[in-house]
Ligand binder design. Structure first.
Ligand SMILES: [Zn+2]
Length: 145
């Protein structure tokens, strides 16, 4: 993949990527009202506090939605088509949703798991494989349950 598709790292998102490089899924949490928020931002959208911390999550979630993108696709992804892009809701807070690919194993191809194997609500677990130009992004494997 090329730099054009790298995630943005800035002071707000850096803790997410620092944790991901250690294989940890951390989500920003308000230290005033304790609610999680994602994507990261300076102010809590519920209580307007500016205080936050990065809490480690279990990495478990469920498929909230998924789709198979159709051409035209960005060149680095065209070679892997067809593949699934899924929206995952975290077990700790179903309102926290991350977009990612479903893979069979860490660093697996994104085009291996067909949409016919997936269903809304199916359990998944985050895995962190090789990074894309230094930015590890979570991918998801199907859970046993
Ligand atoms: Zn708050």
């Amino acid at each position: 993949m090329t730099a054009a598709f790298s995630p943005m790292e800035d002071p707000e998102t850096a803790p997410f990527f620092e944790a991901a490089r250690r294989g940890e899924l951390r989500i920003q949490a308000c230290t005033n009202c304790a609610r999680l928020r994602f994507p990261p931002r300076p102010m809590c959208p519920w209580c307007h506090s500016l205080d936050s911390e990065w809490q480690r999550q279990s990495g478990r979630g469920r498929i909230w939605s998924f789709a198979v993108p159709h051409p035209p696709l960005l060149p680095p992804f065209a070679e892997e088509a067809p593949y699934v892009v899924a929206v995952i809701e975290l077990d700790e807070d179903p309102l926290i949703r991350l977009v990612g690919n479903i893979v069979r194993e860490v660093d697996g191809s994104i085009g291996v798991v067909p949409s016919s194997e997936l269903s809304i609500g199916a359990g998944v677990t985050a895995v962190f494989g090789k990074s894309i130009e230094g930015f590890p992004v979570p991918q998801w494997v199907m859970s046993a349950n």
